[in-house]
Design a protein around this ligand. Structure first.
Ligand SMILES: [Zn+2]
Length: 63
């Protein structure tokens, strides 16, 4: 999986959130999640509610 514009990543440790503002070039993206400033790996929360991407991910245990 690579970064896509509109995607939101959240830290389950401190609650910080980041949003991808630009998609990664194909081939450049490593298959890994971003790291929070607190040291915890951040998990994808899917696209933001701003409607940048209608796709929804049903991935992850978070409710
Ligand atoms: Zn954090």
């Amino acid at each position: 999986m690579s970064f896509e514009a509109g995607q939101v990543y959240a830290c389950s440790n401190c609650g910080a959130e980041i949003q991808v503002t630009r998609s990664a070039d194909a081939g450049m993206a490593a298959d890994m999640n971003p790291m929070c400033a607190c040291g915890q790996e951040m998990n994808s929360q899917g696209a933001s509610a701003q409607g940048a991407n209608p796709q929804r991910q049903s991935q992850g245990p978070m409710a």
